[in-house]
Each structure stands twice: as C-alpha cells, then as structure tokens.
Design a protein around this ligand. Structure first.
Ligand SMILES: Cc1cc2nc3c(=O)[nH]c(=O)nc-3n(C[C@H](O)[C@H](O)[C@H](O)COP(=O)(O)O)c2cc1C
Length: 217
C-alpha cells in the first residue's frame, strides 16, 4: 500500500483578470467587495460557494480548522450556526480570536478574514433552526457535537427516540445549538494570476473606514 505521495509536480495555471484598486469597491470597502465576490461564486453555482474554513485556537494557542457554512453576512460580520459544546465552541469560549477562509477554486480566488467572535442571541438560532429541514433538526437535537459516542447506531437510536417523542417534527432546538458572528478586523482578497504573480489586496480598519494596501504574492 502506498503511504507516500509526492505532489511537487501538481500545479495548474491561473487564468483570470487581475484586480486593480479601481476594481475594489471604495465604500464601505471590504464588505461590499466581499459581497460581490460571494455573489459571483453563487451566480456560477459553485458547489459549496458559502462554505468557509473556520480556524480557532485554544488558550494555549493550539489551532484547529474545520469547514462551516456562512448563513448570514452584513457589515456587522459573518455568521454561522453550530454547537457550543463542540471543539470550536470550547475554543471560542477560551479565545475569541478566529479566522475565516473562503476558497472559490473555479474563480482562482480566496478571501481571508481575521476577527473576534461573539455568540449571537438565542432568538437568531431559534429562527434559523425552524427554517432547517426536519431531518437536520432531529440530527442537531440528537448530536452533542464533537463528543465521543459508542457507535453510529447509538446516534441513530437517539434520532428514532426523538422522532417518537416529537411525531409532529417539532423537536426543540438544543440550547447549545447557537449562532456565532465574527466581526472582521482584517480582510485579504487574493486573485490567482499567471506565473504565480498573484494579486493580493488587504484591508485594515482605521478610526473611520478602512485602509487598503496591495501586498506581494
Ligand atoms: C461543507 C461542510 C459544511 C459544514 N457546515 C457546518 C456548519 O455550518 N456548522 C457546523 O457546526 N459544522 C459544519 N460542518 C462540520 C464541521 O466541519 C465539523 O466537523 C464540526 O463542526 C465539528 O467541528 P469541531 O469539532 O472542530 O468543533 C460542515 C462540514 C462541511 C464539510
């Protein structure tokens, strides 16, 4: 069995249009720009266009990253839903600093965002929970995310138990199933270019507004 892979020859060319400062939306800078790039990915119906890698770290600085789905975005920040009892939930309780990464491969684009994370009000989670398909609601209610379970059948039995207890499908949202919002403190828009001469435009907050800079690939 092969357990070693040499990937040094794996590469592709990036064919795309560059970004210039005039392409970047001037006001209110990164939020509008992000909205345009996300919309472009959605218009192209890219698979999981709203998926983002969420990186957190514990109080000792040990990082961990996983994918979550962006559920709301506005000038306040980026929102997703999860279980506070999960690893990411425990990290965020100890250390609110986090990073998000969007990768739209077919557009040769990535967006990196750093910021602080806060829990959103329970009413937001309640509203979104009720919008989810019934199967997803039962799964969320049956799962204590990231805790050890004996077997898959244990989990399936718990779903069956809940379905019997709530035959109308109105299983309650677990209190731990909640939304988080990352308030951005830094954005990077990366556009792949020919010969690895990529475009990178970064934004940092000023007292009022944002400062935009180009950085080297
Ligand atoms: C495409 C995709 C979307 C996902 N969306 C979510 C999500 O919105 N919320 C969530 O809690 N987990 C989501 N997951 C599962 C997480 O990646 C992860 O397994 C889970 O949240 C537990 O992570 P943790 O143990 O680091 O807390 C998604 C996974 C994939 C691949």
């Amino acid at each position: 069995m092969t357990i070693e892979m040499d990937l040094s020859d794996v590469r592709r060319d990036y064919e795309s249009h560059g970004i210039t400062r005039k392409d970047m939306d001037p006001d209110p800078y990164p939020f509008v720009q992000f909205g345009q790039w996300l919309q472009r990915a959605r218009d192209l119906e890219l698979l999981d266009a709203t998926a983002m890698t969420l990186a957190t770290a514990d109080s000792a600085g040990q990082p961990s990253a996983r994918i979550v789905l962006l559920k709301h975005f506005d000038a306040e920040g980026f929102c997703w839903y999860t279980d506070t009892r999960s690893l990411k939930g425990r990290h965020l309780e100890a250390n609110p600093n986090a990073a998000l990464l969007f990768h739209w491969r077919d557009l040769s684009r990535q967006v990196r965002v750093h910021g602080q994370v806060q829990m959103m009000p329970a009413e937001d989670a309640e509203r979104y929970f009720l919008m989810r398909p019934e199967g997803s609601r039962f799964s969320a209610a049956a799962s204590r995310q990231s805790s050890e379970i004996e077997s898959r059948s244990h989990l399936e039995d718990e779903v069956l138990r809940l379905r019997a207890a709530y035959p109308d499908g109105d299983v309650p949202r677990p209190d731990a199933w909640i939304g988080y919002r990352l308030t951005p403190e830094y954005f990077e828009f990366w556009q792949g270019q020919d010969n690895r001469l990529h475009d990178r435009i970064v934004y940092s907050p000023l007292e009022s507004g944002w400062e935009m800079k180009r950085i080297s690939p």
